[in-house]
Design a protein around this ligand. Structure first.
Ligand SMILES: NC(=O)c1ccc[n+]([C@@H]2O[C@H](COP(=O)([O-])OP(=O)(O)OC[C@H]3O[C@@H](n4cnc5c(N)ncnc54)[C@H](O)[C@@H]3O)[C@@H](O)[C@H]2O)c1
Length: 314
């Protein structure tokens, strides 16, 4: 993607800031709409050429202002995570559902050609067949899963009603640089930062639950490919297509530190699924999505990034 006018909602967040970096590298003109609720201003420090609208997706006027001139929208702003939605279900719905309607309304009025929205594997609920294909039963276990599903359906209905294409990317467990330890419920940052602070790693349940972790660079690639796929609308799984148990993940993270890092087991958490593994063949077919980063090298890179951040914070 080159020389395109782009709006990234949630661009100060973990995935958003990685996406903005790549979009700028490809010489696009980027506006970010973010209220900095869970995103960090420091994530935007490296970007000089970006236009920032500090505002809330729940505020129609702010969304319309940020949308001016946009040809493509990447919609990432959200109330993120199961736990946050269980704690604050009304806010979750206001941001993820009503906020998405504001974005869609402003986009269609502005004549945006494509919206790529960030959905979640949380829409599926408990795994019934393995690996999970896009047509797997959809039975979310949390308000977050429900609002992300609603977000998808809204985008796809706008693609049917109006002259706008919509691609919904169902991310599985994303990890990588700019993901902070306080990211709600994300296991890799929590474990890595606890390890770096000599705190015990706490596994919820027996640790034999599985997750499909995907590196943020691959998620960025999926977003850009989705925007570049002319004539394509739909919802696609974005994952690595491989899964690991949480116990194996701990071994990958603590490599070389096994004797020093304490691991403790706690009770299972409400809203967590037991297993997760995606079939990513449809994304490959429709938007040419081929993940490139394997978990071991991705974790090595992430630990180095986190070590530098911990040093900076000291
Ligand atoms: N990280 C994952 O593993 C994962 C998995 C599935 C889906 N997703 C989705 O990907 C997207 C990005 O998630 P992330 O992990 O980068 O989280 P994040 O919290 O780092 O990013 C979300 C961004 O949205 C902004 N934001 C929140 N509420 C807002 C509001 N009302 N108005 C404007 N901006 C607001 C935050 O400040 C933040 O910058 C989200 O839509 C999330 O649901 C993430």
């Amino acid at each position: 993607m080159k020389n395109t006018k782009i709006l990234v909602t949630g661009g100060a967040g973990f995935i958003g800031s990685n996406l903005v970096k790549q979009l700028l590298k490809e010489e696009n003109s980027v506006t970010i709409l973010d209220n900095f609720f869970s995103g960090y201003r420091s994530n935007l420090d490296p970007f000089q050429q970006v236009h920032i609208v500090e505002g809330d997706v729940r505020d129609k006027a702010a969304v319309e202002l940020a949308m001016r001139g946009a040809e493509v929208v990447f919609h990432l702003a959200a109330s993120v995570g199961n736990k946050r939605s269980i704690d604050n279900p009304i806010t979750d719905a206001e941001i993820n559902v009503l906020g998405t309607i504001n974005v869609l309304e402003a986009a269609r009025k502005e004549g945006v050609r494509k919206i790529v929205t960030s959905s979640s594997a949380g829409i599926f609920g408990e795994l019934k067949t393995m690996p999970i294909k896009e047509d797997h039963p959809i039975e979310p276990d949390s308000p977050y899963g429900c609002t992300k599903l609603c977000e998808e359906k809204l985008c796809l209905s706008y693609a049917k009603l109006y002259d706008i294409e919509a691609v919904c990317l169902r991310y599985f467990n994303v990890y990588g640089p700019n993901q902070r330890f306080d990211a709600y419920g994300n296991v890799i940052p929590i474990f890595v930062f606890r390890m770096l602070r000599n705190e015990p790693l706490i596994i919820f349940g027996d640790g034999e639950q599985t997750r499909d972790f995907v590196h943020v660079d691959d998620v960025v690639l999926a977003n850009i490919n989705a925007a570049d796929s002319i004539g394509v609308s739909g919802a696609y799984n974005i994952a690595s297509g491989t899964s690991v148990t949480i116990n194996s993940l701990v071994n990958l993270i603590t490599k070389g530190n096994n004797n020093l890092v304490r691991v403790e087991y706690g009770p299972e958490r409400a809203g967590d699924v037991r297993h997760s593994l995606a079939d990513i063949s449809l994304a490959r077919q429709k938007i040419n999505y081929i993940p490139k980063t394997d978990l071991e090298s991705g974790i090595d890179e992430y630990v180095k990034w986190a070590q530098n951040l911990v040093l900076d914070l000291k």
